[in-house]
Design a protein around this ligand. Structure first.
Ligand SMILES: Nc1nc2c(c(=O)[nH]1)N[C@H]1C(S)=C(S)[C@@H](COP(=O)(O)OP(=O)(O)OC[C@H]3O[C@@H](n4cnc5c(N)ncnc54)[C@H](O)[C@@H]3O)O[C@H]1N2
Ligand code: MOO
Length: 338
């Protein structure tokens, strides 16, 4: 049974509750000195000034005896939010708790940013989508790796393989209606690396052409000419080496998608490193690390073409040029996010 709410100015019972508890405010008001049992959370009957919980009183001969100080156990309207006050700041991610809060506050609709539509184009005739890697052919690791990560950033995904052929790549980019195209491979200057050439031909504007980070430095970001409906389109070019592509995703794709989805940038996570972290002489290095307590340690198998270290890692440490010595604080990107 819920609280018994009593009318009157007294601070102690007895009050005589009727037989059935109320679960709503239906019914008449209370006479002075009278009480009605109600369910927990039910609205107070008119004239009620205090509440006496069943377990705070003693029931003898149908009378509940106990203290019922004015206002006690009464939940006043507007305790959690005043009328007109914003419940949450703009940019808050809609979590299950946010949905529950919105419903509790009486909202039937919430205004949200549109999820960006991403088309993932996986380039490379050498890639296999099943079976063991053999005879110079390698398994496509990025087709399985990237979509769940990008969906976790709020994107809607489509995707397909594209052959190593400049006309096929040109058509795939030109005809896509996605907000963001993400390509893998073909960023370098090899005989079948057509990405720069195709971007130039279709009149794309390179916003970022290489980043001073290892692995992954050939990554790029371009603004594409509008498609039919003239909405803005961008392209993120990720290098083909899998760990380099992961670094490119963390560096360019994730911040772009978060911004398009209206999310706030997360505060940087700084953790001390328990071991020396090897760096590149001139560029930053993103190195897979594991958390041990409140410190991080590097994991083995961290080469540009490797994913074994990343699979064991909790994130990528941003190692400054020249490296970091044990004991120093280092920024850690939590990628790929769980
Ligand atoms: N002349 C130059 N050559 C290269 C440079 C350079 O600056 N100048 N940079 C090297 C670096 S660093 C990287 S990283 C790679 C980037 O190359 P691409 O983006 O053109 O990638 P690809 O050549 O297509 O592939 C590289 C490597 O990765 C394998 N690959 C590709 N896609 C996948 C996938 N989806 N899953 C698994 N593995 C994939 C591909 O088979 C190659 O082995 O360029 C260097 N060269
Ligand atoms: O970006 Mo590359 O992977 O440095 O070799």
């Amino acid at each position: 049974m819920g609280p018994v709410r009593a009318r009157g100015s007294g601070s102690r019972g007895p009050v005589r509750p009727p037989a059935r508890p109320r679960s709503s405010s239906a019914g008449g008001g209370l006479r002075p000195g009278a009480a009605v049992p109600i369910a927990t959370g039910a609205a107070l009957p008119a004239g009620a000034t205090a509440v006496l919980r069943r377990e705070h009183g003693e029931l003898t001969d149908g009378l509940l005896h106990g203290p019922y100080g004015e206002g006690r156990d009464v939940r006043r309207r507007g305790q959690e939010c005043r009328q007109g006050e914003p419940l949450l700041p703009a940019g808050t991610t809609v979590t299950p708790a946010v949905l529950g809060l919105a419903a509790a506050a009486g909202h039937d609709q919430v205004a949200v940013h549109r999820s960006p539509l991403v088309e993932l184009l996986v380039l490379g005739d050498e890639l296999l989508d099943a079976g063991p890697p053999l005879h110079g052919r390698v398994r496509d690791a990025l087709g399985p790796l990237l979509p769940p990560w990008l969906r976790g950033c709020g994107a809607r995904l489509t995707g397909r393989p594209v052959p190593d052929d400049s006309e096929a790549l040109r058509a795939a980019i030109r005809d896509s209606t996605a907000d963001v195209l993400i390509t893998t491979g073909s960023t370098a200057a090899g005989p079948v690396d057509f990405l720069h050439e195709v971007l130039d031909e279709i009149g794309a504007r390179l916003l970022v052409d290489s980043v001073a980070v290892r692995p992954g430095h050939p990554m790029l970001l371009a603004e594409l000419p509008p498609a039919g409906d003239s909405h803005a389109r961008r392209l993120v070019g990720l290098p083909g080496n899998p760990l380099a592509a992961v670094v490119g995703t963390a560096t360019l794709a994730v911040p772009l998608l978060r911004r398009l989805g209206g999310h706030q940038d997360p505060a940087p996570l700084l953790l001390p490193t328990a071991a020396d972290l090897p760096g590149h002489p001139r560029d930053a290095r993103l190195l897979p690390v594991r958390r041990t307590g409140c410190e991080v340690v590097p994991v083995p198998f961290d080469g540009p073409a490797m994913l074994r270290g990343l699979a064991l890692a909790d994130g990528l440490a941003v190692v400054p040029p020249g490296g970091a010595t044990a004991g120093t604080d280092i920024e850690v990107l939590e990628v790929p996010a769980p």
